[in-house]
Design a protein around this ligand. Structure first.
Ligand code: HEC
Length: 175
């Protein structure tokens, strides 16, 4: 049975009444920051729930921006695969952190979040959705590094479906 990466309950769950609204700020999107492969794992267990939620938003925003940049590049007449690989690396690095950002105590009963309680009710399914993301991001990165146009195109589709797969099950609907 796959061991999920959700952390046990945080020791002290303090609930700030004034939560920063999600996604309000511009994402701090600097390739330099996020490109470092395998940055030292953040000790999420030491963080306050609000800080974790903020970090997970920023992480997703960076994934979203990088994915947008790749799709934009592919729309041009001569896609630059070096640029695509740079963005694919950001996605792959950030994708590797997603599983750590959902410890117990960061669900909708505790903080302001679009994450559904289902994440903690069905940890195995959620873990599988994270795996789908990391598999797709790794495949896209490999394809981009090889400047393999067909594989990049297939990889973008696969990656997109991994986002949708998880959002459909585990994220509040936008509209
Ligand atoms: C394993 C589940 C999962 C996968 C895979 C996933 N997401 Fe998300 N995403 C979420 C959840 C849950 C939230 C809501 C987080 C919150 O509100 O705390 C979210 C939020 C977001 C947000 C809004 C940022 C925010 O939190 O305000 C963006 C943008 C986003 N995801 C983009 C993507 C993209 C692009 C992909 C695929 C490349 C992707 N996500 C893959 C679960 C996932």
């Amino acid at each position: 049975m796959a061991k999920n990466r959700l952390f046990p309950a945080l020791a002290s769950l303090t609930l700030a009444a004034s939560l920063a609204a999600c996604g309000g700020e511009a994402p701090t999107e600097t390739a330099e920051d996020t490109m470092t492969e395998d940055a030292a794992p953040m000790d999420v267990a030491e963080m306050e729930p609000e800080a974790i939620v903020k970090a997970r938003h920023d992480n997703f925003e960076e994934i979203g921006d990088a994915f947008k940049a790749i799709r934009g590049e592919l729309e041009g007449s001569e896609p630059d695969y070096t640029k695509i690989a740079t963005q694919a690396q950001i996605i792959d690095t950030n994708a590797g952190k997603v599983g750590d950002y959902f410890p117990e105590g960061t669900g909708p009963d505790a903080v302001k979040t679009e994450a559904l309680a289902t994440i903690w009710e069905k940890p195995e399914e959620f873990s599988a959705a994270v795996d789908k993301l990391t598999t797709a991001s790794a495949a896209l990165l490999t394809a981009a590094n090889a400047s393999d146009a067909a594989a990049v195109s297939a990889g973008v589709k696969e990656l997109g479906s991994s986002c949708k797969n998880c959002h459909d099950q585990f994220r509040e609907e936008d509209d």
